[in-house]
Design a protein around this ligand. Structure first.
Ligand code: PLP
Ligand code: COI
Length: 363
């Protein structure tokens, strides 16, 4: 399908490279345009790039009532040749369709998703933030638009891609680490539910827990399974820990854990990282005992927005605090963070197909 372009006039859009003065933050800024595609009469149609702006939507649009809405998160980076490169975007397109399956949204051809995202980045390439550590954050999402109030899959949807020039997700960044609240009260997902998808409702369900985390001085909740015995993941990142021999352990993916593309990448990089990376069921009691005995020396989270975020401590709902190692960011996490971000920025050659140049295709 060909993409239609309805672009802002030259006087309304950015004409110079974006050189932000202060920290761009995460997810606050927008670029000039967005990519849209609709689903009606049983097919995806009308791919187009239009000025970024509000949607016109019926008050009865089903996503507003029953939450039939999913999203993705990916990043693009500028390499030293001045070109923009996406990072493993095909994995996001693939996962978008897995999320779609889970909440009964019709799949979108992966090649078409990639074509739309690339065309949008191409049009708004001057928005790439020229700032150390910054990137173009890519947010594709799909939401139900049919004006009907029965609880059943919508017959109409919109696929939208927006871009946000962004920096780090956690203000404390990789230099300090964050604290997580281990909650036995709140759960993110249950088996048979939507936990393995990026369904919007999963994030609505995490807000109350997130608020509680802040009250405990933590950045996020580390969720346990419904029996409160196994570690699952945090609200916006997978969890990992590192043993004293350098082995990285990520909880086994189940239908209550999002299959993080960052985690998968770290697992695939095992050899390049120079350590073993494996998945296993992580029991909470053993995890805590191993931190206390020094068997576990570092811990953190993996995610597109979070990148590699060190966790310096955990707090329980009874106020007990467990510090990981000496509470400082350890050498293994620093090494993983450096290799991963070097691959994204093109400082180190990434495995075949991981980084793809955004071609100049705009009319
Ligand atoms: N887990 C959850 C719940 C998330 O929202 C995210 C972010 O997308 C992740 C894990 C990390 O996944 P990825 O590395 O694909 O961004
Ligand atoms: C991402 O890491 O891209 C995400 O989607 C997490 C988001 C909830 C900030």
């Amino acid at each position: 399908m060909d993409i239609k372009y309805n672009l802002k006039s030259a006087s309304e859009r950015r004409t110079e490279p974006f050189m932000p003065e202060g920290d761009v933050g995460f997810g606050k800024l927008r670029t000039d345009h967005m990519f849209l595609m609709d689903y009606r009469d049983g097919q995806w149609c009308d791919p187009r790039i239009v000025p970024y702006g509000p949607f016109e939507m019926a008050p009865g649009a089903m996503s507003l009532h029953y939450g039939q809405s999913i999203f993705e998160g990916a990043k693009a980076f500028m390499h030293e040749d001045g070109e923009i490169y996406t990072f493993r975007l095909n994995k996001n397109a693939e996962r978008m369709n897995r999320s779609a399956d889970i909440v009964c949204i019709p799949n979108i051809d992966e090649a078409m998703q990639l074509k739309g995202i690339n065309a949008l980045i191409d049009v708004d390439r001057l928005w790439f933030p020229q700032q150390e550590g910054a990137c173009l954050y890519i947010r594709p999402f799909i939401f139900a638009t049919e004006d009907r109030l029965s609880v059943s899959p919508s017959q109409k949807y919109t696929f939208c891609v927006m871009l946000s020039p962004s920096g780090a997700y956690y203000a404390s960044g990789v230099n300090n680490g964050i604290r997580l609240l281990i909650s036995t009260q709140f759960h993110r997902a249950v088996s048979g539910g939507t936990g393995a998808s990026k369904a919007a409702g999963n994030y609505a369900a995490s807000l109350r827990a997130g608020k509680a985390a802040v009250e405990y001085g933590a950045s996020q909740v580390l969720y346990l399974d419904s029996t409160n015995t196994q570690i699952e993941e945090a609200g916006a990142m997978n969890h990992f820990h590192i043993l004293k021999d350098g082995t990285v352990i990520i909880p086994t993916f189940t239908d209550t854990i999002l299959k993080s593309i960052t985690s998968q990448s770290i697992m695939e990089l095992g050899e390049m990282l120079g350590c073993e990376v494996r998945q296993e069921t992580v029991m909470l009691d053993k995890f805590i005992a191993d931190i206390e005995s020094g068997e576990i020396i570092e811990a953190g989270g993996f995610g597109t927005a979070a990148v590699v975020s060190p966790v310096n401590s955990y707090i329980f709902e009874d106020g007990r605090v467990i510090t990981v190692g000496d509470g400082k960011v350890g050498p293994h996490i620093q090494r993983i963070y450096k290799l991963f971000t070097d691959l994204q920025k093109g400082h180190v050659a990434a495995p075949q197909g991981w980084v793809k140049r955004v071609e100049r295709v705009a009319p």
